[in-house]
Design a protein around this ligand. Structure first.
Ligand code: C2E
Ligand code: MG
Ligand code: MG
Ligand code: MG
Length: 287
């Protein structure tokens, strides 16, 4: 009796595992077609400095809308694209599109908006990566100082010699590099000073409980202090409330990104947002 139950359960589990992997495979096949069929698009989220009132730039975020209209989160499809290697051509498309967009904004409005692009580990370790970045800058004519690559901490700690080499090559191109989701990985602080990176992005998870949770506030303070002592820029992501913004200002961090200021937007909407920000720009204080 117990044995039967055990066997039944085993059958049940293996079927659901099988179904899950089938679903993954189907999604992966769809993903491969999606690039050809232009189902991907980019949205752009502003980064601002609350002291200077500057718009620091925008982060490009990838969106996939399936033909049935259903959006799939990058948190779901990026790992699949990484597993299949599709991230390499897809990532190249993202970079090219983001660079083109920044150029197009400058031409249409005179607004020079720096653009940040998220880079996956698989892309970063691809031997053709730096060449691809260089080609992209050449093809689009974007000044390299207007391009920032967002890497994550975990990408920097494996094969450090090679990472250093890639970062130096990017530095030679005059492209900026930031460390995304900072504080969630395991980056060794001693290595950090040897990496040619310019900015630390404090992960959203620490902001969630600021200012109420003293421990989260302590992490935020520590990252700000670290940035100051290593002469790196610090920006906080995921700022949703005025309390969080005020708290960050008090701690000495004026660079912020989050729903409080602007959600990720389609390109035309973003330009309108920037113009509105320059006109008034303090609507966030009233929310
Ligand atoms: P990320 O680079 O850390 O991007 C920040 C994420 O937080 C974005 O989610 C953004 O929409 C969201 N966000 C921004 N402000 C707020 C806020 O105030 N509150 C909350 N709750 N969320 C906020 P999204 O667009 O779903 O992207 C998720 C992740 O997917 C990104 O995290 C990034 O790791 C990855 N990703 C997105 N686009 C690309 C891409 O083009 N290439 C690669 N390799 N990864 C990408
Ligand atoms: Mg990012
Ligand atoms: Mg981030
Ligand atoms: Mg994050």
């Amino acid at each position: 009796r117990a044995k039967d139950e055990g066997r039944g359960r085993h059958r049940f589990f293996s079927r659901s595992i099988h179904e899950a992997s089938l679903a993954r495979q189907l999604l992966q096949a769809e993903l491969r077609r999606a690039l050809d069929q232009r189902q991907f698009s980019l949205v752009y989220q502003p980064k601002v400095n609350l002291w200077t009132r500057q718009v620091l730039g925008v982060e490009a975020l990838l969106r996939w809308t399936r033909p049935d209209g259903r959006p799939i989160s990058p948190l779901e499809f990026i790992p699949l694209a990484e597993a299949s290697g599709l991230i390499v051509p897809l990532g190249a498309w993202v970079l090219e599109t983001a660079c083109q967009q920044s150029r197009a904004w400058a031409q249409a409005s005179g607004e020079e908006l720096a653009v940040s692009v998220n880079i996956s580990a698989v892309q970063f370790t691809d031997p053709g990566f730096v060449d691809m970045v260089e080609r992209c800058l050449r093809n689009t004519g974007l000044p390299p100082r207007l391009l920032e690559l967002e890497l994550t901490e975990s990408m920097l700690i494996t094969d450090i010699a090679r990472v250093q080499q890639t970062l130096r090559a990017l530095q030679a191109l005059e492209v900026c590099v930031s460390i995304d989701d900072f504080g969630t990985g395991y980056s060794s602080l001693s290595y950090l000073q040897n990496f040619p990176v310019q900015t630390l992005k404090i992960d959203r998870s620490f902001l969630k409980t600021v200012p109420d949770d003293p421990q989260a506030s302590a992490v935020v303070e520590a990252v700000i202090a670290l940035g100051r002592s290593l002469n790196l820029g610090v920006i906080a992501e995921g700022v949703e409330t005025t309390e969080q913004a005020r708290c960050l200002l008090n701690l000495g961090c004026a660079a912020m990104q989050g729903y409080l200021f602007g959600r990720p937007m389609a390109a035309p909407e973003l330009l309108a947002w920037v113009q509105e920000w320059h006109r008034g720009g303090d609507s966030w204080e009233e929310t």
